[in-house]
Design a protein around this ligand. Sequence first.
Ligand SMILES: Nc1ncnc2c1ncn2[C@@H]1O[C@H](COP(=O)(O)OP(=O)(O)OP(=O)(O)O)[C@@H](O)[C@H]1O
Ligand SMILES: [Mg+2]
Length: 255
Amino acid sequence: MLELKNVSYTVKAGQDSYDDRDHDIIRDLSLTVEEGKLIVITGPNGGGKSTLSKLIMGIEQPTAGTITFDGVDITRMPIDERARLGIGYGFQQPARFTGMKVSKLIRLASGEKHMGAAACNKYLSAVGLCSANYLDRDVDKSLSGGELKRIEIATILARNPKLAIFDEPEAGIDLWSFDKLTATFEELHRTQPDHTILIISHQERIMQMADEIIVVKDGQVARRGTRDDIYPTLMFSKNQDPACGFTRAAESVTY
Ligand SMILES: Nc1ncnc2c1ncn2[C@@H]1O[C@H](COP(=O)(O)OP(=O)(O)OP(=O)(O)O)[C@@H](O)[C@H]1O
Ligand SMILES: [Mg+2]
């Protein structure tokens, strides 16, 4: 259903780059995702996972390569058209919408203008939030990071896209809500066999749900396989970091 062919994304010096050099963030990356799978993308910080999902959603444009969704070339397609085709994306750091109520955001996402409170409640409770406390709240800076993250996930559930991409859905979410969230992902996967879920995550519990794990590192697919093939190879070890003159011995995950 989703195919990336030789996709690259370079930030050019003098344009978006923070310094005077070009940065190759995604490098000649090819990837196919089958319909109905729950795929977890993991890998080291800065490896290119969020950039990859923004390229799929159309928030960034690739500098080379093609992206196809359900047989349609979406490489240059704007975000709203991709959303109409059935792609949904939850940001690693969601945006706040001052002046917008939670209830309205969920209604807009679902496409049902007159959605009742009970239906809104279904999506909020799926992420462990009680409607009574949130439906009339503004999606502004009064919400905590974890609350905002969960509300954004609820809007994606309400939209119910064919391909849902969640960028570190666990980030900032407490243990109780995390349990609820993983149960929600499992139920989505079980009850909608023609929907595809792509979750970017570093969490063991989320990786355990995956049909497949893809490791993205240095802007490329470093490894890919079933949960049983890949998970045991993601070892924790003490590593030297030769590239960094400041950190001599860093404890890190070996991808
Ligand atoms: N405008 C830019 N100029 C230069 N480098 C950039 C720019 N934007 C992003 N990068 C770099 O691209 C790399 C990939 O970033 P990305 O956010 O995709 O990583 P990630 O795998 O999602 O990391 P994390 O696990 O921390 O969320 C990072 O090293 C980042 O610093
Ligand atoms: Mg990221």
